[in-house]
Design a protein around this ligand. Structure first.
Ligand code: C2O
Ligand code: CU
Length: 495
């Protein structure tokens, strides 16, 4: 792992995570990229240098730090055409940000085109010296990370219409139909220990049902927020979500299958290996999950006083100050996605620069129809009935905030008392009306979008201009970027 002060070169390199060799776009030369770690309160200084040159792929780039609030430092959010111009080849950008009181499991990825699907993604962990669970559960080891990803054999600009990934990767390794028998990823454990395991869905598309034969998990963290411990035996995890769970290695010394069953693509497996077990494969699979995680059973941690972390009480007053209903739709001629009738298209001047140069109202801000201004310090309630948008369920992510999930997919109940706080939520299927709330305590332009990267690419996004008159940044923005982003021809060649 690297950081919090580190160089992160973005390079083209050929890799074969599933046995098929493909040119990729990689952070630090590996897939996933190096885990970036730091402690609560740290200032991260990640110098991203762009060495991309392959002309079948995107060559400009940005890096987004998924789930970090970037308070007073919106210009470090890494969102192309919202907070910055893309970093063109042979240039660099210093991402210099303080993480404040945020702790837990995050990740970073390109936020330019569909570039992270070609490999630019990696975990970001913020350790908490006062982690309430470390002592409470007597955790022996918290070094294990399990990443779930999807992989495509064509460069991402050419796979827009491909509905199914060629393979599903667990910790960077997978198999494709007709491909070689790649080795399985192995998670090595000692018997009779307690592990805190971090599970990240860094896919461009699928959600996964994750389980380990004969083992239960106790969930303690959701998207960087501590939750009351919840025992489950499987977790359905959507693109960009994260969980930490405690795994007790209380089964006989042996090998056990780990499963990641995607909603699209071929099921993937890995091996949980107790030390002392033979190097071979697990023998059998247990019964199906009897105790699947249900989002409505997740609640912010109440057993210990973590006032800084717990959601503002205001969130739960009876009526929200501002209510927004977002109708997700699709233009069946162009296949582009629409939110309230508008397809999001990147503006040529980043929204942050538009705000800093004095544009304040939704009608003055580009892209037309996709920017919503929100007043400062209000409770915003958003409901998302997914009635008309194929490709569901859509996992929606909000930048700059955690939100309370007042109504979850698969449930008709509204929880105003102790809803889970997270940064990505599934909007479910017809009949659902997923409802979230957040407080506008972080001025800046923040995107709300589907985290299926192919859907974002064809318009499934809006931007909140939050407290536009109070938008300021604590470091000078390069004056050159106050203009239009330099025209840079980034049209990849067909292979
Ligand atoms: Cu993972 Cu717009 O972000
Ligand atoms: Cu979507």
């Amino acid at each position: 792992s690297i950081g919090p002060v580190a160089d992160l070169p973005i390079v083209n390199a050929k890799i074969s995570p599933d046995g098929f060799e493909k040119m990729a776009i990689l952070a630090g030369g590996s897939h996933p990229g190096p885990t970036i770690t730091g402690n609560k309160g740290d200032t991260f200084k990640i110098n991203v240098t762009n060495h991309l040159h392959d002309d079948h792929m995107l060559q400009a780039t940005t890096v987004h730090w998924h789930g970090l609030f970037q308070r007073h430092q919106n210009q470090m959010d890494g969102l192309a055409f919202v907070t910055q111009c893309p970093i063109t080849p042979n240039n660099s950008f210093l991402y210099n940000f303080n993480v404040g009181s945020q702790v837990g499991t995050y990740w970073y990825h390109s936020h330019y085109g569909v570039q992270y699907c070609d490999g630019l993604r990696g975990p970001l962990i913020i350790y908490d010296p006062e982690d309430p669970y470390r002592f409470f559960y007597d955790i022996d080891d918290e070094s294990t990370i399990i990443t779930l990803m999807d992989w495509y054999h064509l460069p991402s600009p050419q796979v827009q219409r491909q509905v199914t990934p060629d393979s599903v990767l667990i910790n960077g390794i997978g198999r494709y139909d007709g491909g070689p028998e790649m080795p399985y990823a192995v998670i090595n454990v000692q018997p009779w220990k307690r592990y805190r395991i971090r599970l990240l869905n860094m896919a461009c598309k699928p959600n996964y049902i994750f389980s380990m034969d004969k083992h239960k998990f106790t969930i303690i963290e959701v998207d960087g927020e501590y939750v009351d411990p919840l025992e489950v035996d499987s977790i359905q995890i959507y693109a960009s979500q994260r969980y930490s769970f405690i795994l007790e290695t209380n089964q006989p010394v042996d090998n056990y299958w780990i499963h990641a069953d995607p909603n699209t693509g071929t099921n993937a497996t890995a091996i949980l290996r107790y030390s002392g077990a033979p190097q071979g494969l697990p023998k059998n699979r247990t019964e199906p999950s009897m105790l699947p995680m249900n989002e409505t059973n997740l609640h912010p941690l109440t057993t210990l006083d973590l006032s800084e972390m717990s959601p503002s009480r205001d969130l739960f007053k009876e009526e929200a100050d501002v209510k927004l209903n977002l109708i997700l739709g699709k233009n069946m001629t162009t296949y582009n996605f629409l939110i309230n009738g508008f397809q999001y298209m990147s503006p040529s001047m980043p929204v942050l620069m538009q705000l800093l140069s004095g544009a304040m109202t939704a009608s003055d801000l580009a892209p037309n129809g996709s920017v919503y201004t929100l007043p400062r310090n209000k409770v915003i309630e958003i409901s998302m009935p997914p009635d008309d948008a194929p490709g569901r369920p859509h996992p929606f992510h909000l930048h700059g905030h955690k939100f309370a999930v007042i109504r979850s997919a698969g449930s008709s109940a509204y929880n105003y008392i102790n809803p889970v706080m997270r940064d990505t939520v599934s909007t479910g299927v017809p009949g659902d009306n997923v409802t979230i709330r957040f407080v506008t305590d972080n001025p800046g332009p923040w995107m709300l979008h589907c985290h299926i990267d192919w859907h974002l690419y064809v318009g499934m996004a809006i931007v909140f201009a939050e407290a536009p008159e109070e938008v300021s940044v604590d470091q000078p923005v390069n004056s050159a970027s106050k203009q239009l982003c330099p025209v840079y021809n980034d049209m990849p060649k067909e292979t």
